[in-house]
Ligand binder design. Structure first.
Ligand SMILES: Nc1ncnc2c1ncn2[C@@H]1O[C@H](COP(=O)(O)OP(=O)(O)OP(=O)(O)O)[C@@H](O)[C@H]1O
Ligand SMILES: [Mg+2]
Length: 464
């Protein structure tokens, strides 16, 4: 990994921040324990010299004080002044006995470097000095041992810190590499998407950690983006393809009208036909725009309310029963005695039902029986529009849901092939499933069509 990339790596920055914090805490704790240990060591030395003072001063016999000086001298002869000192002075500070020359010393405990006895090293002495009779006894011990112990502690700390820093740097590099390894596929995928490849997806791991979850969300967003872009491409292609014929027809009609005008014939029928053609083109555009709007409104939930599907179906049945009977058909609604509630956009759901009923009226022959039903199956709301007309062959059921797709048999009837595409867009918006099937599977001639739309349970609805 390049050094500048390492510096810019978030993992390295985070590792450096945490390591910095850890180091500061580590140094504070170390300094505190260093001071504590040094204090404890000095206390231990103080205890020892006080005890020694007590033992030696107890040897004073007030009757023969000169023996005491001799005793002190005997003891100090055995003692290396580098390690410990003994000094007995009279009240004028003159040396009576001891292993050092007399020096001014404070009463009680004190620390003194005593440069007169030190040979090169600079360890100080802890001293304890108090009167014994009319003399002054000073007991001292070099702090060399304590200082050496402290030095060892310091060296240990330095090594520990050094090793910790090395481990932290290695850890940061490894961590950064690991994070880079995880981020690289994300960056590569996004680069491919930016380059126009909308099929690129981030490979998922089984770990389901936060990065993997994020990858999943990005993939979902890319799925949606892909669908939208494909939809747009599809619409563009469909418009180009399906409007070519009516536009050609329009052009021919206008040309014919112009010819007839020149030859003095009446042009009104041709112009009326051209007008009709324009209306059809307009309708197609409007329907396409409407579907695109519904697909794009997936995030706009402003019209979402609680909708009672049974009363909705009743309204549509009322609206279309006369239209059906005018076409020589009958429209029935299976009775439903309880409200079947879902969350959704009432106007769009109504449009969806209208499209299904209009299809049955338009694509079925006279005498057809159309039924509408709504039910609640295990908490799942469903609506069903069925007829006993010619039905839709199984192989075409996916196709008829596409925009501008019409069955060969319907080429002569009016329509744009957009009604079921709108039904699908509305169903998708509500998270509902469309299922097309034969209404009378046993009847080869008139299998009929059953369109069943199941909605998510009110609690699972994404329309909230
Ligand atoms: N109830 C039905 N019975 C038989 N065929 C049907 C039925 N409903 C739809 N179809 C077939 O599916 C095709 C697509 O239907 P769709 O509603 O999308 O378009 P359309 O009805 O032809 O035109 P419009 O855009 O005006 O709705 C129809 O052209 C027809 O061939
Ligand atoms: Mg239709």
């Amino acid at each position: 990994m390049h050094l500048d990339r390492l510096y810019r790596s978030t993992a390295v920055k985070l590792a450096a921040i945490f390591f910095g914090l850890f180091l500061i805490l580590f140094l504070i704790a170390t300094a505190a324990s260093f001071l504590l240990v040094s204090h404890e060591l000095t206390d231990a030395v103080d205890d020892r010299i006080r005890a020694e003072y007590k033992i030696i001063s107890a040897q004073l016999d007030p009757e023969v004080p000169e023996n005491f000086a001799q005793n002190v001298q005997n003891l100090s002869d055995l003692r290396d002044p580098q390690l410990g000192i003994l000094l007995l002075t009279d009240k004028d500070g003159e040396r009576l006995a001891g292993n050092v020359e007399a020096f001014p010393v404070a009463e009680g405990g004190s620390t003194n470097a005593l440069p007169q006895i030190k040979r090169g090293d600079d360890y100080a002495y802890r001293l304890y000095s108090r009167a014994v009779g009319d003399m002054q006894l000073t007991v001292g011990q070099s702090l060399e041992d304590s200082h050496e112990l402290l030095e060892i502690t310091l060296v240990n700390l330095a090594w520990t810190s050094g090793i910790a820093i090395c481990l932290a740097v290695i850890g940061a590099i490894l961590l950064s590499r690991k994070v880079q390894q995880r981020l690289r596929p994300v960056a590569d995928t996004m680069n491919r998407v930016a380059g126009g490849d909308l099929t690129a997806r981030i490979p998922r791991l089984k770990s389901a950690d936060d990065l993997d979850t994020l990858s999943g969300s990005i993939n979902n967003a890319l799925d949606r983006l892909g669908l939208l872009v494909n939809g747009m491409q599809q619409v563009t292609t469909d418009i180009a393809h399906d409007l070519k014929t009516p536009l050609n027809r329009l052009s021919i009609l206008i040309e014919d009208a112009a010819q007839q005008e020149k030859s003095g014939k009446t042009v009104t029928p041709k112009l009326e036909a051209a007008q009709q053609e324009c209306d059809n083109i307009n309708q197609t555009f409007e329907a396409l725009l409407r579907i695109a709007q519904i697909e794009a409104s997936a995030r706009n939930k402003s019209h979402v309310t609680k909708v009672d599907l049974s009363s909705l179906i009743e309204t549509v049945a009322d609206m279309y029963s006369d239209v059906a009977s005018d076409a020589g058909m009958s429209l029935h609604m299976a009775p439903c005695h309880e409200p079947v509630l879902t969350k959704g956009d009432e106007r769009l759901l109504m449009q969806m039902l209208v499209n299904l009923v209009e299809n049955a009226i338009r694509h079925c022959p006279a005498q057809t029986i159309i039924t509408m039903a709504v039910n609640l199956d295990d908490g799942i709301p469903a609506i069903c529009v069925a007829d006993n007309g010619p039905g839709i062959p199984e192989a075409e059921r996916e196709n008829v849901l596409q925009r501008l797709y019409r069955l060969e048999q319907s080429r002569t009837t009016s329509g744009n092939g957009l009604g079921l595409a709108l039904v699908k867009a509305v169903a998708d918006l509500h998270g509902a499933q469309i299922h097309l099937s034969d209404n009378n599977p046993g009847d080869q001639k008139k299998p009929g069509l059953q369109v069943r739309i199941t909605f998510p349970r009110a609690s699972d609805s994404k329309m909230t």
